[in-house]
Structures are given as structure tokens and as C-alpha cells.
Write a protein that binds this ligand. Structure first.
Ligand SMILES: Cc1cc2nc3c(=O)[nH]c(=O)nc-3n(C[C@H](O)[C@H](O)[C@H](O)COP(=O)(O)OP(=O)(O)OC[C@H]3O[C@@H](n4cnc5c(N)ncnc54)[C@H](O)[C@@H]3O)c2cc1C
Length: 491
């Protein structure tokens, strides 16, 4: 391959965001090079539940068919189990779409139906369209990525390169290309960095632009698991840190068990934790498949993985010639399955804004920077909600103090009330209510409801104790939500 070609855009990384970005830019008439160091199908435990707002962005980017023919499972909402009691939370009604951008992004739809999913062996579009409620989808990450890459590479303006990007090439204070191991230098008007969770290049934005690790998720594959509520994401709460389960294909379900540690846990410690603290509290129907996965993890025959749960607030892309997107720009706790939703919505928004510029103007830093400032502001609604909610819910669901335990209990009882007490929170979580004020309202409604439940439980004699506990709970609620929310909104 000649490295003397000048590209309009180089996209580093063909994970979830990279192929969508490359395809959309190519559809806008740009010459795009996409570079990935590992083109073979990955087997990762990330990015397997796509929220409705993520699916909407995927459609707007003309990549709807990436969820087809991979045996994806429709998701209708969540089932929360709290010490064995369950509540079902359906995704919001489709009417909520009226307030969102749903039209395809400029250049994304060329043939006419790239924004439409098709019926296949697991997805029935007639049923899907007739449902009054929104749906998400759960899938095998590697299969999904393979489809995204196929759709991207089918675009004639996209060139594929198999290689490891080792550095950014700079000239006169501007990124002008990338250095690829054993392949040389490749040049472009703009370099888009979509290199994911362990991004090597996000530090181009600032030396202190580094994520923090709060905990780990340990993942296993459950074969033929009998889940309490079909077509729903499951969140299992108890003394243990939260456990997520969702069916990702007809015979496979993913289980992700949060592990409270900021350091990579030792396998022996995790296995002991899973056996002693998780297994006894799982729904009875799930125990046999869990036990089977656990035993093959112990003898090393099954795939067992631990992934860090990282947090990183986005910052303005103001480096000339260089743009960060996806996990390299911004991360949140994966408990709420919001990463792909934020990444794909960012991708759609950015492509829309850049469509205002000609290929020649991509070299004009002032013109690009103006779009980056608009991008940074416009993405905040969704970003602040999804990111802050993920941290707040994880903190409550992994409660490790009496105040948090009180809030966790109140949160579950709040959901039991139904109506607005579930439609609001699930609208936030699924990304279709991107409004920080709604998050603020529901979070503090949960906090005050927790206090009320505590007063009722303690009775008249216990009132002074309840008052003391409630004060601690309200102060804790402020500390859980406000620092993250303000950081997200004002950074
Ligand atoms: C445990 C866990 C569970 C998650 N579950 C969900 C979920 O259910 N739903 C959800 O929406 N989100 C989930 N997420 C988040 C989601 O996976 C990410 O938000 C999403 O994958 C980000 O996409 P991306 O394209 O930015 O990065 P990635 O998908 O990570 O892609 C980055 C790509 O860049 C390539 N790359 C990196 N460096 C280089 C280099 N130097 N040269 C060439 N190529 C390079 C990598 O090989 C990779 O293919 C989860 C995250 C974790 C940690």
C-alpha cells in the first residue's frame, strides 16, 4: 500500500464506533483509511446490550443491518431482582421518539434501506414494529463487530489497513497523519482516534486525560440459562455487588458480576467470591447454568474474563487535525449498558456537524474547531445522563454502607410504585430522555422515598434513629450524584 496517498480522514480502530464513523464519512464523499490491529473476530465481554437510543443512532448512521443475521435477541426492558423479589421495567413507549432526532445522518443512507433492520431467524420486524414500546437488542459482541466491519468495508471510499498505529505524526503544531508499525506513515486532513478503552492516543488532548478504575466486571458464558424474564436484561441485587445477565443468542447468555476492587482481582479470589456470595443469591432457574460455567472456569476450560470499569469525563477536541471519539473520549460504568449508546450518538452528531464542511475545509482548524465546540455542547444532554446515572446506580446497587443500603432499598421500592417511577428512570437509562433535570428529579425522589420508607419501618419510637439515618442518606445521595453531574455538565 502506498503511504503517499493523502486521505481526507484516517480512523484508528475498527471497534464499535470506528466502522460507523468511517462508513458515514465515506458516504459524505470523503476518502477514508481505517486502521485496525486485530481484524479477526474478537471474543470480549463488552458491548453486548444495545439500548434503544443506541439502536436509533445505529439506524441513523445507516448501519441498522449490523444487528441482522447474528442471532441477536430483542430486549424489551429490564427485570430487577432485589433479595429475590422482582420488578419488570419495560422500555418507554415509542411516542418518546417525537422529541428525538430520528432522520438519517447526511451521507449515511445511499441505497435507501441501510437505516432499516430486517427480519431474520431471531428478529421479527412485524412484531417489532407493532409493539407500542421501544426495544433494544442483545448480541454477541464479536459477531456484531464483524457485521459492522463488513458494512464499512463494502463502502468504496473506505480503504482497510491491517496494522498497529504507534504514533501521531505532527507538523507545525497539527496532527497530519499516523505512524503504523512496519507499514510507515499515512497522512490525512483529520485523524479520528477510536482506539477504545485502553486508548494510547487520548493523551494527545491533554497529559492528564486519564480514566479512573472503580471496580471490575467478571464475565462468564451461561449456556441455555433459564432466565426469569425472557427478552429482558436482568439486574440481580443483594448483599453482593450487582450482577447482570442478558441472553445474547438463542443458547448463550452473558453474566457479568461486579467485583468491588480497583485492582485486577486474582482468579482464586474471584472464584471464591462467585461461589460464596453470588451463586446462593441467583434465581433458582439460573443456578444450574451458572454452576456449569463456574466449574469450567475453575478447571480452565471455559472463558473467564475480568474487565475494568472505568470512568472518564469527555473534554473538548481542540487539537488541530485530531479528534477523539467513543471510549477514547469518554467512559462510564458499564452497569447500565450505555457505552455504545453514547459512542454511536456522538458519532451521528459529529458526522452531521462535519457534513457542513467540504473535504478541503477539513484541513481548516478554525472551521473544524467551531464544529467541535458545538459537538461538545450538544452531546452533553445524553452524555451527562448516561454517565452520571451509571455511576449513581452502581454506587447504590453495590451499596457498602448503611446509608447506601437504605437508598438501594428505597430505589427498588420506588420502582415497585410503577408509572412515572419506572418510565422516567428507564427513559434515562435507555437514552431516550437525555435530560439531566429528569435525572436530578428521579434521583432525589428516590432519596426522599427511601427516607419515608425508613420512617414508616422504624415507627414512632424509632423516629429519632430514622431521622439520623435519613440525614446520612440524603447527604450521601448528594455526594453520589452532584459531583459527577456537575463534572459532566460543566467540563
Ligand atoms: C465490561 C464491560 C461491559 C460493557 N457492556 C456494554 C453493554 O452491554 N452495552 C454498551 O452499550 N456498552 C457496553 N460497554 C461499553 C462498550 O463496550 C464501549 O463503549 C464500546 O465498545 C466503545 O467502542 P469504541 O469503538 O470506542 O472502542 P472499542 O469497541 O474498544 O474499539 C477500539 C478498537 O481500536 C483498536 N485499536 C486500539 N488501539 C489500536 C491501535 N494502536 N492501532 C490500531 N487499532 C487499535 C482495538 O483493537 C479495537 O478494535 C461495556 C464495557 C465494559 C468494560
Amino acid at each position: 500500500m502506498s503511504s503517499s496517498v493523502h486521505y481526507d480522514a484516517i480512523v484508528v480502530g475498527a471497534g464499535v464506533v470506528g466502522p460507523c464513523l468511517a462508513k458515514c464519512l465515506a458516504g459524505q464523499g470523503r476518502k477514508v483509511l481505517i486502521i485496525e490491529r486485530e481484524w479477526t473476530k474478537p471474543n470480549r465481554i463488552v458491548g453486548e446490550l444495545m439500548q434503544p437510543a443506541g439502536l436509533l443512532a445505529l439506524k441513523r448512521l445507516g448501519m441498522a443491518k449490523a444487528v441482522n443475521n447474528i442471532e441477536a435477541i430483542p430486549v424489551e426492558g429490564y427485570y430487577i431482582s432485589y433479595f429475590g423479589n422482582g420488578v419488570t421495567i419495560p422500555y418507554p413507549e415509542k411516542t418518546v421518539l417525537r422529541t428525538l432526532a430520528t432522520a438519517p445522518v447526511a451521507g449515511a443512507v445511499e441505497q435507501g434501506d441501510e437505516d432499516k433492520m430486517e427480519s431474520d431467524s431471531t428478529l421479527d420486524m412485524r412484531q417489532w414494529d407493532e409493539s407500542p414500546n421501544l426495544r433494544g437488542v442483545a448480541l454477541h459482541h464479536g459477531e456484531f463487530l464483524t457485521r459492522l466491519r463488513e458494512l464499512c468495508l463494502a463502502e468504496e471510499n473506505v480503504t482497510k489497513l491491517d496494522g498497529n498505529v504507534t504514533g501521531m505524526v505532527q507538523e507545525d503544531g497539527r496532527v497530519v497523519g499516523v505512524e503504523v508499525a512496519d507499514k510507515g506513515v499515512f497522512r490525512a486532513s483529520l485523524v479520528f482516534c477510536c482506539d477504545g478503552i485502553y486508548s494510547k492516543f487520548r493523551k494527545e488532548l491533554a497529559a492528564d486525560f486519564v480514566p479512573s478504575v472503580g471496580s471490575y466486571f467478571v464475565g462468564m458464558d451461561l449456556v441455555d440459562a433459564d432466565l426469569p424474564k425472557k427478552n429482558h436484561g436482568h439486574v440481580i441485587l443483594g448483599q453482593h455487588a450487582p450482577v447482570l445477565i442478558y441472553q445474547i443468542s438463542p443458547h448463550h447468555s452473558r453474566i457479568l458480576c461486579a467485583y468491588r476492587s480497583a485492582k485486577l482481582p486474582k482468579k482464586a479470589d474471584v472464584l471464591e467470591y462467585l461461589a460464596a456470595s453470588v451463586l446462593p443469591h441467583l434465581p433458582e432457574s439460573v443456578k444450574p447454568s451458572f454452576q456449569h460455567a463456574y466449574e469450567s472456569s475453575v478447571d480452565g476450560t471455559s472463558i473467564y474474563k475480568a474487565m475494568p470499569n472505568q470512568y472518564l469525563t469527555a473534554r473538548l477536541n481542540d487539537v488541530p487535525g485530531f479528534v477523539c471519539l467513543g471510549d477514547s473520549l469518554n467512559m462510564r460504568h458499564p452497569l447500565t449498558g450505555g457505552g455504545m449508546t453514547v459512542g454511536l450518538n456522538d458519532c451521528a452528531l459529529l458526522c452531521e456537524l462535519l457534513s457542513e464542511l467540504s473535504n478541503e475545509q477539513l484541513k481548516d482548524h478554525e472551521a473544524v474547531l467551531q464544529r467541535m465546540v458545538r459537538f461538545h455542547k450538544a452531546r452533553k444532554g445524553l452524555d451527562a445522563v448516561i454517565n452520571t446515572l451509571s455511576i449513581a446506580l452502581y454506587t447504590l446497587f453495590a451499596a457498602d454502607s448503611p446509608a447506601l443500603t437504605l437508598l438501594q432499598q428505597g430505589c427498588f421500592h420506588y420502582f415497585l410504585r410503577g408509572g412515572e417511577c419506572i418510565s422516567g428512570p428507564i427513559g434515562l437509562l435507555s437514552g431516550v430522555i437525555p435530560r439531566a433535570s429528569v435525572l436530578f428529579y428521579h434521583f432525589f425522589a428516590v432519596a426522599f422515598y427511601s427516607c419515608w420508607i425508613n420512617i414508616r419501618a422504624k415507627g414512632l419510637l424509632g423516629f429519632p434513629v430514622a431521622l439520623w439515618q435519613n440525614t446520612a442518606a440524603l447527604v450521601t445521595a448528594c455526594f453520589v450524584l452532584l459531583p459527577f453531574l456537575s463534572q459532566e455538565l460543566f467540563s
